[in-house]
Ligand binder design. Structure first.
Ligand SMILES: Cc1ncc(COP(=O)(O)O)c(C=O)c1O
Length: 508
């Protein structure tokens, strides 16, 4: 067994520990060790590998052994070799997800073959309508997965991470830190910092028509945390009516908290709130139904408040897409209709980043104590320094500026998506695009699964509508693709659109 610390000249301090083990010979051991190093991220995409001679000397193997190993990994797609720039880790060789967790660099929840599983004799078959420029028909053989990890992440749920307002956030953080009194560095108040609650009360009133004061706002780490506090903390109990299409993660979280969810059918006016029955609470996405799109109709907004008043029920308003609307009049929060019957839940996950983990609950007065009790004596989730930074970010106008800038950017992306589809896949109906960061492409019945596969064949990660459907939904299933257009960085968007269109059934 040979061991070596490989020193990449280009990444000072980025030593790589290669361990050659196994019984298959040194060449096979070196191939396995390099593959493993790429797969687990120790060798990042673009990293230049040492010249044959120096790695051979480090490991005590023949120069040809290293040359052969590199050549094999180039053939497999892990490495690239170019005259003059040496051998590098391929850009597409994304690290494998760790067991049980999605890799931060690979789009989550995608099942694809990894380069390691790719062999030249097992090229998979794309779905019937896929037209891959990289896979001539004669090399295709039966298999279930596309040939490489996705290159384009068009999953909904992530804003453009490259647009995080680093400088403005840093400025807010610095100001917050400079001005913070010493007591900030003690245990945090479970209600959240008053500076943030006041800034939120002002912002939500101004931008979303919310009626509240700082005392009825409790800071949390996002929407999912708010659900856990409300139901796991015993403030609310099921059964809970939910929209027939929604995020499975939230349904699973509720089920784990012992809450039965009852699906409400959807139509062109949003959730059928006339179907509410004996439930105690209803969870809605009134600003933009998630994921099918479209606001809750004004009559339904009024009707759900009537239901809550008559039945002593409560409306949970998920204001996820409230800030990103493009070409329709702003729709204020339902909460403004009756602050004692609605819990408004929001977070910065879409406006800033889901990594910040900051959210808010605007509560009817009677729930404030229960939610605070569920949080415990001290703030255990939301960093007080981040809370103060967000307070400054809101109060200084940086939040408004950022949202405005992003609204323009996302609108332009939405327009480019619609135009590309009109030109290249004109029979595909695009819906749900007046707000939010995703579109729903309606497909003919029975074609969704093959369309998701065809997209994967083009290197595109996206979800079909079926994955969002409540298992007990009492409405006709619709075939469609949920296309998140915010996720790719600006420079990668055009290529992502091209790949998406190529994979669509009947693309021109
Ligand atoms: C429908 C919906 N609401 C809210 C959220 C925000 O969740 P959180 O604030 O926990 O990040 C998401 C995120 O995926 C979502 O899909």
């Amino acid at each position: 067994m040979a061991k070596s610390w490989v020193n990449s000249a280009e990444r000072v301090g980025a030593d790589l520990h290669l361990e050659l083990s196994g019984t298959g010979g040194r060449r096979a051991a070196l191939i396995a060790a390099l593959r493993e190093a790429v797969r687990d991220g120790r060798l990042a995409p673009g990293t230049r590998l040492p010249p044959y001679r120096s790695l051979a000397a480090d490991l005590g193997v023949a120069r040809n052994t290293v040359a052969d190993a590199y050549a094999e990994l180039v053939a497999e797609g892990w490495l690239t070799a170019r005259q003059g720039s040496g051998t590098r880790v391929a850009d597409r060789a994304a690290p494998l997800p760790r067991a049980g967790r999605a890799s931060p660099t690979a789009p989550p929840r995608t099942r694809t073959s990894t380069p390691a599983k790719r062999t030249r004799t097992s090229a998979p078959t794309p779905p019937a309508h896929a037209s891959s420029p990289t896979a001539p028909a004669h090399v295709r053989a039966p298999a279930r997965t596309p040939p490489r990890p996705p290159l384009h992440n068009l999953r909904q749920g992530t804003p453009d991470a490259s647009a995080f307002p680093r400088a403005a956030w840093l400025a807010s953080y610095r100001r917050a830190l400079q001005q913070a009194p010493n007591e900030v560095f003690g245990p945090g108040d479970p209600a959240g910092r008053v500076e943030l609650r006041e800034a939120l009360a002002e912002y939500l009133a101004r931008a979303r028509g919310v009626r509240t004061d700082a005392d009825r706002i409790v800071v949390c780490s996002g929407f999912a945390h708010a659900l856990r506090l409300l139901f796991g903390g015993g403030v609310l109990r099921g059964p809970l009516a939910v929209e027939a299409y929604g995020l499975p993660f939230h349904r699973e979280l509720l089920t784990a908290a012992g809450v039965r969810t009852v699906p409400l059918p959807l139509d062109e006016h949003g959730a059928r709130v006339d179907r509410l029955g004996r439930e105690r609470a209803v969870l809605l996405t009134p600003a933009h139904q998630f994921p099918t799109g479209g606001p809750l109709h004004a009559e339904r907004r009024a009707a759900v408040i009537d239901w809550a008043r008559a039945r002593g029920g409560v409306v949970l308003e998920d204001d996820y897409d409230g800030e990103f609307r493009y070409d329709r009049k702003p729709v204020g929060a339902v909460q403004g209709l009756d602050p004692e019957r609605v819990v408004l839940l929001g977070s910065v996950s879409k406006s800033l980043s889901p990594a910040v983990r900051l959210g808010w609950m605007v509560l009817p007065e009677r729930y404030v104590e229960g939610v605070l009790a569920a949080k415990g004596e001290r703030e255990a989730w939301a960093s007080v320094l981040d809370q103060l930074s967000l307070a400054d970010f809101l109060a200084s106008g940086s939040y408004d500026r950022h949202v405005r800038r992003m609204r323009q950017r996302y609108r332009s992306r939405r327009d480019r998506l619609v135009a590309a589809l009109a030109a290249q896949a004109p029979h595909v109906e695009v819906t749900g695009v007046a707000a939010g960061l995703h579109a729903v492409l309606r497909l003919p019945p029975g074609t969704e699964r093959s369309a998701v596969k065809a997209a994967a064949w083009q290197g595109v990660a996206l979800d079909g509508l079926a994955g969002f459907r409540h298992p007990e939904a009492d409405m006709e299933a619709a075939d469609g693709l949920v296309v998140g257009y915010a996720t790719p960085a600006e420079h990668a968007y055009e290529a992502a659109l091209g790949a998406l269109c190529r994979g669509l059934p009947g693309a021109l």
